[in-house]
Write a protein that binds this ligand. Structure first.
Ligand SMILES: Cc1cc2nc3c(=O)[nH]c(=O)nc-3n(C[C@H](O)[C@H](O)[C@H](O)COP(=O)(O)OP(=O)(O)OC[C@H]3O[C@@H](n4cnc5c(N)ncnc54)[C@H](O)[C@@H]3O)c2cc1C
Length: 387
């Protein structure tokens, strides 16, 4: 049996950043991760950082490689009807830019920092179970009878983890929307377009994104019943090009995919994000469809609030701890609503009629004609302010 102040469940970006910030504040913690380190590093996920995320990572001393290798950009292009293209310049509209820097690299930076400070991260921790969360002395068990007593458990174990489901029904309220399609994504070692490009098309949504100057991420909306085997590289590129204006697709450099996956789209929020001594952060508490590029950014936002709440608790002030759930949820719902809006605006739904298609196109035309609408979109895309 060991003692610590905070057990962090999950070594994804939320858990590892929390451990980093707690260590910086001198608060003992242990991270328990179900998978191996190689498995966690092998996951290909997010890549677009809000500026608040960039500043949080810099302030934590995690910004050097991001600043050297990340790509700062300020324009989102949106295409529709296979011909129109609107450029939303977030810097001109709201004075803020974005950074393209892959989640895999953030995870590498977090593990390197953990190794440098000698953090206690236990990989391949099976059967993690949380106990006595509504008491002053919770504990966490794992493996063949290992037990850690602590003051707090930080549930950073993603959507399929054990933390959220440890909050009893009746206390936990869940809000959910599952979308009737998925995103087929490929990674290709080719130079990306210079700006993000979203497309609304009668054939379905498409997105051209970036990870670094020689790594592109492309997606097409696909039936969730498909498998990656249904999508050869040739079929993927043909479908992507069919959904984009030629003025954009003529700049795309194609190449073999080095990764291909089909991801479901879901909006989900669990309230509250705190129960007794359990505090949830990141995908453990909420999921957004990736349309608004918010999942990773929300994980960082939660952790920023949570690290402050725990640090001020040990300094004798529980104000932020008591307000953690409501403060985090305000930003969560802002991003959940924005991601839902972008998903509805840009995708082709199975029951969509020509009327619905025209209404979507008109909303895009309105966006193109109104600087006020563009500013509202830009403000939410680059991230709402922190409290
Ligand atoms: C395929 C895919 C593509 C995505 N693309 C984007 C994107 O383009 N833009 C964007 O913003 N977001 C994207 N996301 C979302 C983004 O990656 C997540 O929001 C982000 O990873 C959340 O970080 P987290 O630390 O909360 O959760 P996770 O990264 O899921 O980490 C949770 C960790 O907990 C561990 N764990 C789970 N259960 C247990 C347990 N019982 N015991 C111990 N450990 C456990 C897991 O192994 C994992 O390492 C994508 C997600 C997926 C799945």
């Amino acid at each position: 049996m060991t003692d610590t102040r905070v057990v962090v469940v999950g070594a994804g970006p939320a858990g590892m950043l929390l451990s980093h910030l707690l260590d910086a504040a001198g608060i003992d913690n242990v991270v328990l991760e179900r998978q191996s380190q190689a498995h966690v590093l092998g996951r290909i996920r997010a890549g677009v950082l809000e500026w608040g995320t960039v500043e949080t990572l810099r302030a934590a001393g995690l910004g050097d490689r991001m600043d050297a290798e990340g790509h700062v950009h300020d324009t989102i292009n949106i295409a529709w009807r296979g011909e129109e293209v609107l450029g939303i310049n977030t810097h001109d509209l709201v004075g803020t830019r974005m950074m393209a820097y892959g989640q895999t690299r953030i995870q590498e930076d977090l593990f390197a920092a953990a190794s440098d400070r000698g953090a206690e991260v236990i990989f391949e921790a099976d059967d993690v179970a949380l106990h006595d969360l509504d008491s002053d002395g919770p504990c966490v068990t794992y493996g063949g009878g290992e037990r850690i007593t602590c003051d707090f458990v930080a549930g950073c174990d993603g959507f399929h983890g054990v933390s959220r489901v440890s909050i009893p029904y009746g206390i936990r309220t869940e809000y959910e929307k599952v979308y009737p399609f998925g995103w087929l994504g490929i990674l290709s070692e080719t130079p990306p377009l210079s700006n993000l490009l979203y497309a609304n098309h009668e054939r379905g949504f498409a997105l051209c994104s970036m990870r670094n100057p020689m790594l592109s991420r492309y997606y097409v909306q696909a039936p969730i019943t498909d498998t990656v085997d249904d999508w050869s590289d040739d079929r993927f590129w043909t479908e992507l090009f069919a959904r984009l204006p030629v003025s954009q697709s003529e700049h795309i450099v194609t190449g073999p995919s080095i990764e291909k996956s089909l991801a479901p789209l879901r909006s989900y929020v669990c309230e509250p994000m705190r129960w007794g001594r359990l505090l949830l952060a990141g995908d453990a508490a909420h999921i957004v469809p990736p349309t608004g590029a918010k999942g990773l950014n929300l994980a960082v936002s939660d952790v920023r609030y949570l690290a402050r709440a725990i640090a001020t608790h040990y300094a004798g002030d529980d104000t932020y701890l008591d307000r953690y759930s409501s403060m985090a949820l305000r930003r969560v719902w802002g991003s959940v609503r924005f991601s839902w809006w972008m998903t509805n605006l840009l995708h082709r739904f199975p029951d969509q009629t020509e009327f619905d298609q025209r209404a979507q196109e008109q909303e895009l035309a309105y966006l193109a004609s109104s600087v006020h609408a563009q500013r509202a979109m830009a403000e939410q895309y680059v991230g709402l302010p922190y409290e």
